[in-house]
Write a protein that binds this ligand. Structure first.
Ligand code: 2RA
Length: 330
């Protein structure tokens, strides 16, 4: 098994390597790939030193699986080239997510859609993954009608430079700016670029990806995505209306028995999900579960997860594991 990690030096790439090590992911050869400026540099993984390779060289080596986290442009250009040499590409960028010929996968929800013919598989957006993992079992039970979600997203979702901007501002240091405004002590309702419809690409990702993963274009989704000066994970206030009524205690037990979901919901004792507690964890944490009395069949909940883990690296590695377990990696 020849494995490549494309974008190995980025925040998500580094998290992918952590997850591969933690899960003792099996491989015979590992290729660490980064941009031209890093080629030749040494990187350590599981006590062994690897020289960073170029994407051109790595493609020629035809890895069995390549996990990409190097931006949409690189994925658009190189995922098909790797696929041509037989590589299965698991892509963290948005490049292929809405392509009708590509699968958009959260293994626990729709892993069964993957076939032996799939060569490019899209990893959903972090803010989508954590929401659909919690909503999927409720959709099966009560049939989702409409989702209204507001997110509170960590600067780690933007990358290293954004974390540095926040820390610089916090320490009163002038430095490079990633965001159009200060991020520390602030909240930016602006993630990715604005579209003609007044929404951002991030907001439309949540709309479109949710429907594709749940396989139901009838679900109404609207979102407001906000960047906040935090690390550790993305938080989401989710208001969901179902076709059918529900029982709160049944909702709790469905969530509590959903693989990958942990219910933390005891507000009287100050128990609810928070990013500082989700950092480094692979689970999706759900709390503040309560009926929305303002309209029928409607529920509020608070969903938190480490956007670098289940929101990116862990989900991607789980897709690779899922495929290997089912002999879909040949
Ligand atoms: C963000 N979800 O948080 C986007 C991409 N990682 O910036």
């Amino acid at each position: 098994m020849k494995l490549a990690v494309v974008g190995a030096t980025g925040l998500v790439g580094q998290e992918i390597l952590k997850v591969l090590e933690e899960r003792n992911f099996p491989f015979d050869e590992l290729y660490l790939v980064a941009s031209a400026k890093s080629v030749g540099q040494a990187m350590k993984f599981k006590g062994k030193e690897y020289k960073i390779k170029s994407i051109e060289e790595t493609c020629k080596l035809a890895p069995d699986v390549a996990i990409f986290s190097a931006g949409g442009g690189t994925s658009l250009e190189w995922a098909p080239k790797f696929a041509e040499v037989g590589t299965i590409v698991i892509d963290n960028s948005s490049a292929w997510r809405m392509d009708p010929t590509k699968k958009l996968i959260v293994p626990e929800i729709n892993g069964h859609e993957i076939t032996i013919d799939d060569r490019i598989i899209a990893n959903p957006n972090c803010s989508t993954i954590q929401m659909v993992l919690a909503l999927a079992p409720l959709h099966v039970k009560y049939k989702l009608k409409r989702i209204v979600v507001s997110t509170y997203q960590s600067v780690t979702g933007t990358g290293k430079d954004a974390v540095q901007q926040m820390m610089n501002e916090r320490q009163g240091i002038d430095g490079p700016k990633v965001y159009p405004h200060p991020i520390d002590m602030n909240a930016l309702p602006h993630i990715d670029s604005f579209l003609d419809n007044g929404y951002t690409k991030e907001e439309m990702k949540m709309v479109n990806e949710t429907r594709k993963i749940l396989g139901d274009q009838s679900i109404g989704v609207t979102s407001t995505t906000v960047r906040i000066p935090s690390i550790g994970g993305h938080s989401e206030a989710v208001n969901v209306q179902f076709d059918n009524d529900f029982n709160i205690s049944e909702v709790r037990s469905i969530l509590a028995t959903t693989p990958g979901v942990i219910v933390q919901d005891d507000p009287k004792n100050n128990v609810y999900p928070m990013p500082i507690n989700s950092k480094g964890r692979d689970e999706v944490f759900v709390g503040r579960i309560r009926r929305d009395e303002s309209q029928p069949n409607t529920l509020n909940m608070w969903i938190v997860a480490d956007n670098l883990r289940k929101g990116a690296a862990t989900n991607a590695v789980q897709i690779a594991e899922f495929m290997m377990e089912r002999s879909l990696v040949v």
